[in-house]
Design a protein around this ligand. Structure first.
Ligand SMILES: [Zn+2]
Ligand SMILES: [Zn+2]
Ligand SMILES: [Zn+2]
Ligand SMILES: [Zn+2]
Length: 743
């Protein structure tokens, strides 16, 4: 706090303070509109909220923060004292010759002299050189050498000035394990909080229990019956929750929720707990700095903070801010006033015109991160000031981030080789005819949009046309059986006899079986509780329940209920997969494979076809509950004769650890290559001992060849681009679309 007071005195000692403000105002109103956009950006950076309660809380945490982690700033302040005192500004340099940007910088440095020397400070601060340390007692798994270094880095980073950092090892190198090792270095400290995507929740739980032999107590803070008492929550060593739960609990506390009798607010239990440590898994989930999830994360109370992320942050500058903000890295997490010593973690202008802390206008305030790093890069790319900003970001990341890649640590990892293959097949004549009619229809519409100059207005329509061609390359039913047609009535398919249900009854987990099939299935489990053949949770079903109306339920129960079972035909793509799977079998073993598709209805068709060909399968879909998901994963890994895991790309692209399998099949190419790399990494990770094969299935003469080419282009873009984010990769440009519609 002393530092801040000193600054204020300096400011008061200035004679020309008021003049400066007038200059600034004139400047701002003389600006061209488009040059003002940066100010709007900053203003948008934090949503102004009128909620009184939030104001109070914001202020208290805003004031508490500067004392907690201001080492870069205080180092910079020390350096600034060695230079000429900040109050002696040469009067001659000011005036009309100075550009607006120069004047802004000049004002900023006058009131916050340390900011001028931030980059020198970054270089001066000691970097942690991690050493291999012995692994903690009680950890049941042997850490690899680089993981023991990682553990050492985590410990030192917490003890150091930043009280945490970012562990950004490449996917599949055991960030979870290193984190559990960190927890085991002081197994009695509690509570720790892990915030993870929903799909990763159960994996965290089982890995903690497995690798610590139950030494750490784990509480899952998820679902309607989650704890509401902060004291009870704080009793656990590790609390696991999701970004969604955190966001919704925080929203109920801040803005409340509507009931008939009015709006109610409810304290978020998890936000009352003083955590020892908060760990953000897949931390890029908070990349949008102003989203409610990010705010809910910022509001957590904790001593130490750790971010885990496998994405290369150095190429995603815009997304980096949220992590720096969560870690409260001073000065990058803060907003500064260029008119006085005001410095704040929150962008607070309750009346829209005056800073709650200092009274100056929004135009006087800036985010130091945006101003010093993001904007130079946005404006200059890799050149000039942009290059300088990149260098500065790397200096900063060296202090707070540890990233190792598989290639760097190849020897430590001992990973077997990974082979990537592309299998190409040709349509049958009948498929070709169907595809051609879909293609010419789509092409005609696309050309019309181009001719009218309305391509961008019809992005969704064009996307649908492309999706239709992609689905056609998988199986015509995906396009033609989207809805029920006249030649057959909807009938739910029994997963046991793989044909339309006879005398159907429904389980509690909403799966439908023939009464006879499920009865004999249940009686084949004399010893243990039987699991649902479809989703593998403990099954609960009333065998004496009246028959359900299958046409009614079947309407919502997927594509297999709409196909004609008597004369259904497979497709080139499906048969190609069958052939590949047959080829993998040897007289002695049936290796496990993972099959990825983006289309859940295609996975259902694959399930139907593979089951009738004698392959046992498990299906993993995005709409499963965490329990169903965990049960399905365990069923795949623990049951020897289950050969195929059918996984929707949305459900299994991340947070799956499936080294029991060593083959991946990607059923259709996707233009964002990163998504497929992630999918392939599910098997090619620590613990894998066998050679891995990744096979892409392509139908020649369809849009898929073009998509592969587009993927190559996007790959080069990812490697060269400045600030490529996931969304930009997913999005098709007009040129991309034109490319896909060429024949
Ligand atoms: Zn101010
Ligand atoms: Zn202010
Ligand atoms: Zn049946
Ligand atoms: Zn079920």
């Amino acid at each position: 706090m002393e530092d801040v007071d000193e600054d204020t005195e300096d400011v008061e000692g200035l004679e020309d303070v008021d003049d400066d403000f007038d200059d600034d105002f004139d400047d701002y109103f003389d600006e061209d509109e488009d040059e003002d956009e940066d100010e709007v950006e900053v203003r948008d950076g934090y949503i102004i909220d009128d909620d009184d309660e939030e104001d109070e809380e914001d202020e208290s945490s805003g004031n508490a923060a500067p004392s907690s982690g201001n080492t870069i700033s205080s180092q910079a302040l020390q350096i600034s004292h060695q230079h000429s005192p900040p109050t002696t500004r040469s009067r001659r340099r000011r005036g009309p010759r100075m550009s607006r940007a120069e004047r802004q910088a000049d004002n900023l440095y006058t009131h916050h002299p340390e900011l001028k020397y931030i980059w020198d400070a970054l270089e001066k601060l000691p970097k942690i050189a991690p050493k291999e340390v012995p692994q903690p007692d009680g950890l049941k798994l042997t850490l690899l050498p680089f993981q023991r270094e990682g553990l050492n880095w985590l410990e030192k980073q917490e003890k150091g000035a930043f009280k945490g950092g970012i562990l950004a090892d490449e996917m599949g190198m055991g960030k979870t394990i290193q984190t559990i090792a960190l927890l085991m270095t002081e197994p009695d400290t509690k509570p720790n909080l892990v915030v993870a995507p929903t799909v990763a929740l159960m994996q965290w739980k089982s890995e903690i229990q497995k690798h610590t032999a139950g030494r750490l107590s784990v509480c899952i803070h998820h679902g309607p019956s989650r704890l509401t008492d902060a004291k009870e929550i704080a009793e656990y060593h590790v609390v696991l929750t999701t970004y969604n739960i955190l966001e919704s609990d925080f929203r109920k506390q801040q803005t409340g929720f509507k009931r008939k009798a009015g709006v109610f607010k409810e304290d978020s239990a998890i936000h009352q707990v003083n955590f020892h440590r908060v760990i953000l898994d897949e931390a890029h989930n908070i990349k949008d700095r102003s989203c409610n999830t990010a705010k809910a994360v910022y509001a957590l109370k904790t001593r130490y903070k750790l971010c885990l992320s496998g994405t290369p942050l150095q190429n995603r500058i815009g997304e980096l801010f949220s992590l720096l903000r969560f870690l409260e890295i001073d000065p990058f997490a803060y907003y500064y006033c260029s008119g006085c010593a005001c410095k704040n973690l929150y962008w607070k202008f309750s009346d829209g015109r005056h800073c709650d802390s200092c009274g100056h206008s929004p135009m006087h305030h800036l985010s130091f991160f945006n101003w010093s790093l993001l904007k130079p890069i946005q404006q200059n790319g890799h050149d000039g000031p942009g290059r300088k900003a990149f260098e500065n970001i790397h200096k900063l990341l060296k202090l707070i981030m540890l990233r190792r890649t598989k290639t760097e640590r190849e020897e430590d990892l001992g990973l077997p080789p990974k082979v990537v293959k592309i299998r190409r097949d040709r349509f049958s004549e009948e498929e070709m005819d169907l595809y051609d009619s879909i293609y010419s229809d789509g092409k005609r519409k696309f050309d019309y949009f181009v001719a009218q100059g309305v391509v961008l207005n019809n992005y969704a329509n064009i996307f649908t046309l492309i999706t239709r061609m992609r689905q056609m390359a998988n199986h015509p039913d995906l396009v033609l059986r989207k809805t029920l047609s006249d030649d057959c009535e909807a009938r739910a398919v029994c997963p046991i006899c793989i044909s339309p249900c006879v005398d159907a009854i429904e389980s509690k987990c909403h799966h439908i079986f023939c009464r006879d099939c499920i009865s004999s299935y249940l009686s084949s489990f004399p010893g243990r509780a039987p699991d649902c053949p479809k989703c593998h949770v403990d099954i609960s079903i009333d065998l004496s329940a009246p028959e359900i109306d299958t046409p009614a339920v079947a309407k919502n129960s997927g594509i297999t209920s709409r196909i004609n079972h008597e004369n259904w035909r497979s497709s080139t793509k499906i048969e190609a997969l069958c052939a590949e799977l047959h080829r993998l079998r040897t007289p002695y073993s049936s290796p496990k494979s993972i099959v990825f598709s983006q289309f859940t209805s295609f996975l259902s068709l694959l399930e139907f076809r593979l089951n009738s060909a004698g392959f046992k399968t498990v299906l993993l879909q995005g709409n499963m509950t965490p329990t169903q998901r965990e049960a399905s994963i365990n069923h795949f890994t623990d049951t020897p004769d289950v050969e195929v895991f059918l996984v929707s790309l949305q459900a299994g692209g991340v947070a799956l650890n499936l080294i029991e399998a060593n083959n991946v099949f990607i059923m259709e190419p996707w233009w964002n290559p990163a998504v497929q790399w992630q999918a392939a990494d599910r098997i090619h990770r620590i613990g894998q001992k066998r050679m891995c094969t990744v096979t892409y299935l392509i139908v020649d003469g369809s849009i898929e060849g073009r998509i592969l080419e587009l993927q190559e282009k996007k790959k080069r873009l990812i490697e060269s681009t400045v600030d490529a984010d996931q969304k930009a990769m997913e999005k098709l440009t007009v040129a991309d679309m034109q490319f896909l519609f060429q024949n």
